[in-house]
Design a protein around this ligand. Sequence first.
Ligand code: GRF
Length: 207
Amino acid sequence: MLKVGVLAGGGGTNLQAIIDAVESGKITNAEISFVLSNNPGAYALERAKNHGIKGIVIDRKAYDREAFDQKLTETIMSEAPDLIVLAGLMIMIPQALCREYKYRIINIHPSLIPSFCGKGYYGLTVHEKALEKGVKVTGATVHFVDEIYDNGPIIMQKAVSVKAGDTPEILQKRVMEEAEWQILPAVIDCIANDRIRITDNHVEIID
Ligand code: GRF
């Protein structure tokens, strides 16, 4: 059984998609062992509580950067998840943790990487930039996390159409519904069932 630790800083709709997929059997051989947030007010923590999942808060505002990184690293090491899922955590993962958890941390990003990603590209900004550029297709990406923002090997992507009259908010909602909430649980299921092969930093999903 794959022990999954979910790190979420906000509303937690991706966390909810994972919880629902575990409960409905779309994800097999995995359980969410904790939800950790850097934001005590994150609704993600409520969602965890509602489903009997342990919630952990490490308030970013209560620590300086170094102490926060240390606390986060220690906490995760002691929880010892098999997989760490970043679902809306607006912080950089400490380098030591990235190294220790190589190919065991995944992130969901609301664009088709390498478009509209990297430092500063989070939340609505991603969709604002996509609309500004006039792309006709955007989407979401699940990738492994390394020491550089949105840089690690891509695991799964799903495209979403941009429509006339889209606002960043409308596009964000469509990307979540049609892509993020689909591919994040799908990738966790693949990892839990040993269906991911990594060769030369490239990922292949085995049917
Ligand atoms: C999502 O758009 C995700 O792609 C990004 O942060 C957002 C989190 O939303 N990394 P939620 O908290 O899961 O609703």
